[in-house]
Design a protein around this ligand. Structure first.
Ligand SMILES: Nc1ncnc2c1ncn2[C@@H]1O[C@H](COP(=O)(O)OP(=O)(O)OP(=O)(O)O)[C@@H](O)[C@H]1O
Length: 288
């Protein structure tokens, strides 16, 4: 099936960005379909933030074609900007203002904003509407950042490492929020270091390493495609644990059955996890 150009919220071909001697983005292609949650997953320094900044129109590029909601971000108009929601890292909203004041204030920048009270509810900050920003926890602060990112009712939301520094409970609450926004039809691009986050949220993801996309697709399909073989583990009669990596696990198990003449002690057959695939593709196998 070919994707129509107008089904794409983001269409990137051959993107390159150099900082002096450092090649941050080395020929990235990306297609993000309207309505999907897309994860850009990769280790530190892979080029994720640079890519997102270029999509936001906040950073120039050295080469490549980039269309975001049909426009080149480098020449994006004010009307285009109002259709793209950006969740800034370390948003510098005035600390003395309350949550309610801040969201209502930002709403005035947009031609067709969402209702501020509804957005505060959406991000789960109803109880904090009269709290000053400086009194919010890190996770609540991040929710406010998302509220400011969606107050203009964007078609596309760009989130750069939205949950870095969250505790596990805050991360899960944040995932619910992203799913809610996706359920309303917002196209979402998020970058993350966390494989679990990408696997839980993303309809499709691209794994980036050293400025290149090394794999792309639905999480389950990536595991299928790149996670070859299986590991068969068992225990020998003298108690020695054994493991064999193989492309034909059924054959190995059949041979073991024959040798043991029935039950195989400690039998375990495992396929590579997406984490194994990710670590291999990003050249981090040794960290396990
Ligand atoms: N303003 C800059 N000036 C010089 N080099 C930069 C600049 N911004 C990023 N880089 C370099 O470009 C490369 C890619 O950085 P980038 O921040 O895009 O990666 P990232 O995948 O977002 O990493 P992280 O997960 O650590 O945020 C890195 O080597 C980084 O040091």
């Amino acid at each position: 099936m070919t994707t129509q150009a107008n089904d794409l919220a983001v269409d990137v071909r051959g993107l390159r960005k150099q900082y002096g001697d450092v090649t941050a983005v080395d020929g990235i292609d990306l297609e993000i379909r309207t309505g999907e949650v897309f994860g850009l997953l990769g280790p530190n320094g892979a080029g994720k933030s640079t890519t997102v900044e270029i999509l936001q129109g906040n950073r120039g590029r050295d080469a490549g074609e980039v269309l975001v909601l049909g426009s080149d971000p480098a020449t994006g108009t004010r009307a285009w900007r109002s259709r793209v929601g950006i969740v800034w890292q370390d948003e510098s909203a005035p600390a003395e203002l309350t949550v309610g004041e801040t969201v209502r204030h930002f709403a005035r920048y947009y031609p067709r904003p969402r209702d501020p009270e509804e957005v505060i509810g959406l991000v789960g900050l109803e109880a904090k509407v009269d709290s000053r920003i400086k009194a919010l926890s890190g996770g609540q602060r991040r929710r406010l950042d998302v509220a400011l990112g969606v107050i203009g009712d964007p078609e596309l939301l760009l989130l750069d490492e939205p949950t870095t520094g969250f505790d596990p409970a805050a991360r899960r609450q944040f995932w619910d929020l992203i799913r809610k926004l996706a359920g309303e039809g917002t196209t979402i691009l998020l970058t993350t270091h966390y494989l679990e986050e990408a696997e839980n949220l993303a309809d499709r993801l691209a794994i980036v390493a050293k400025g290149r996309v090394v794999a792309e697709g639905e999480p389950a399909a990536l595991r299928e495609r790149h996670g070859t073989g299986a590991t068969v583990e068992w225990t020998e009669p003298d108690g020695t644990p054994r493991a064999e990596h193989t492309d034909t696990p059924t054959k190995v198990v059949a041979e073991l059955m024959h040798r043991f003449d029935g039950e195989i002690p400690g039998l375990l057959v495992t396929r590579p996890t997406l984490e194994d695939v990710y670590l291999r593709l990003t050249g981090q196998e040794d960290v396990r």
